[in-house]
Design a protein around this ligand. Structure first.
Ligand SMILES: C[S@@+](CC[C@H](N)C(=O)[O-])C[C@H]1O[C@@H](n2cnc3c(N)ncnc32)[C@H](O)[C@@H]1O
Length: 467
């Protein structure tokens, strides 16, 4: 059975949930058998039976918002062997030597799979290590300072022993080694250095609590494409816009994986249209509305710009699909049960430069936001098809004097016949002993997307219409 490493996005919990939901509900079925805060190990039910499975992986990579790279696993070294070969405190030299030899033997066996031809070839490789957790002392002190240099020089030697004309490896900046702070090669470097060629490879060492997986990267995210769509569109407002990755992840939680070109999705708070732009990239028929006429025009201009960039025809009556309306009147401009899904980020309140006071936010929620979110559920119920889903962002406000405060989304949703869908199915995820890697019921009901110190954080919810 072939196994693959999926390198997770920066929000690893959300990326893991997106991947698990995909493997559970799309036609490409599989399971996450192991994970860390950086990688997921995936076993597919029957993907590998297809001769062209690399194409399927590329499609998966394209669809997922929270996946940086996909690599095929060739072998595995258990965690005790790794710890004995690279201990935090050196005591037993003999054991270290024996265990390091064991690891090299495993790598040597994988080399013919990583490079189909080595004899007389000039080989270039880059080692990327994904630790269990970045803020682990074992990572900065042992992995970066000892394991990585060992892999670089020893793999080079093995390649030469296997008859290569020349062998070179990617050198990380010296200062990163010293500080023990290393970022594995970025996806755009994988592309830049041609690491998908036969004589070049990114070799991934993905470490979990169980051990170290050895893999070769087959596909990676094209961040330039997403960045370009996000940054070069005519209208943008970074302060209020959702990130492309989050837009993609939220669209994937709608569980609309097949025949996307026939599926109609709606964002009733379009703003400058980030969600719809990425909905379009993902092949959906896109619809939107906003109370602000200027925003409606901006979204239309952005969509036209993207279609032009993609050299795709303008869909029939696109102008009719993006309309000006207050959320309270949504069902008067769109048909009943017209949509297969809604992905949206309603009003998150004002942009705060400093943390607000509790009473101020409480007032905002009670007098304004609750009403808007309630209207969203009430109207969404009317325009969504039976059992369709809504993925929606709610704000969490970090206050000066009262901690974090947010809306009671579940209550608002239930009132209008939506049931909450946990983002991650805990029955499908292995247990981890490190607390930082554990999921509890309360963590999977909704997931947070935020940078450190952000005053208004985004909380992502998924609900399903109950008939
Ligand atoms: C947070 S922004 C959405 C940003 C969008 N996700 C983007 O990336 O550009 C919320 C939008 O909701 C719109 N809005 C606020 N109140 C509304 C209402 N009552 N009905 C419909 N739209 C409303 C605002 O005009 C604004 O464009």
């Amino acid at each position: 059975m072939n196994r693959f490493i999926f390198v997770l996005g920066s929000n690893w919990q959300l990326s893991l949930a997106e991947l698990d939901n995909f493997l559970k509900n799309s036609q490409i079925k599989g399971r996450i058998t192991d994970y860390s805060a950086n990688i997921a190990v995936v076993e597919f039910d029957d993907l590998h039976k297809n001769k062209y499975y690399i194409n399927d992986l590329m499609e998966l990579q394209y669809l997922l918002g929270g996946c940086q790279k996909i690599a095929e696993i060739y072998d595995f070294v258990d965690i005790q062997t790794l710890f004995s070969a690279f201990p935090q405190q050196v005591e037993k030299f003999k054991l270290i030597e024996t265990k390091r030899k064991e690891i090299l033997k495993v790598i040597n066996n994988s080399l013919p799979k990583i490079f189909p031809n080595i004899k007389n070839e000039s080989i270039f490789f880059a080692v990327s290590i994904y630790p269990n957790l970045y803020d682990d002392i074992y990572y900065s002190e042992v992995i970066v300072k000892h394991f990585l240099p060992f892999l670089n020089t020893e793999i080079m030697a093995l390649i030469n022993e296997n008859g290569a004309k020349k062998s070179l490896y990617y050198k990380y900046p010296e200062e990163n080694f010293k500080s023990g702070n290393l970022n594995p090669i970025f996806p755009h470097h994988v592309i830049k250095y041609g690491l998908f060629n036969k004589d070049r490879a990114e070799i991934i060492f993905g470490i979990t609590e169980e051990g170290c997986y050895i893999a070769r990267t087959f596909t990676c995210d094209d961040p330039n494409f997403k960045k370009k769509t996000d940054e070069e569109r005519p209208f943008k407002e970074f302060k209020s816009a959702i990130s492309p990755k989050l837009a993609l992840i939220m669209l994937n939680f709608l569980n609309l994986f097949e025949e996307r070109e026939k599926k109609k999705i709606l964002d009733p708070f379009v703003g400058n249209g980030t969600i719809l732009l990425f909905g379009l990239i993902e092949d959906f028929q896109v619809y939107g509305s906003d109370i602000d006429d200027v925003k409606v025009k901006n979204t239309l201009r952005n969509l036209n710009w993207l279609l032009n960039e993609l050299e795709e025809p303008i869909p029939y009556m696109l102008n009719e699909n993006i309309r000006q309306t207050d959320i309270n009147k949504l069902s008067s401009i769109f048909d009943r049960e017209q949509f297969d899904g809604i992905t949206t980020e309603p009003d998150l309140g004002p942009f705060y430069n400093e943390r607000p006071y509790y009473t101020e936010v409480k007032k905002l929620i009670d007098l304004k936001l609750n009403q808007k979110y309630e209207a969203t559920f009430r109207e969404a119920y009317k325009v969504l098809k039976p059992n369709a889903r809504i993925s929606i962002v709610a704000p969490i406000f970090s206050t000066v004097d009262g901690g974090d405060i947010t809306l009671n989304m579940e209550e608002l949703a239930r009132k209008h016949n939506f049931k909450p869908i946990p983002l991650l199915d805990l029955n499908r995820i292995a247990n981890k002993s490190n607390q930082k890697l554990q999921f509890q019921q309360k963590h999977v009901k909704a997931m947070i997307d935020a940078k450190k110190g952000q005053i208004v954080k985004r909380k992502i919810y998924v609900f399903e219409k109950v008939n």
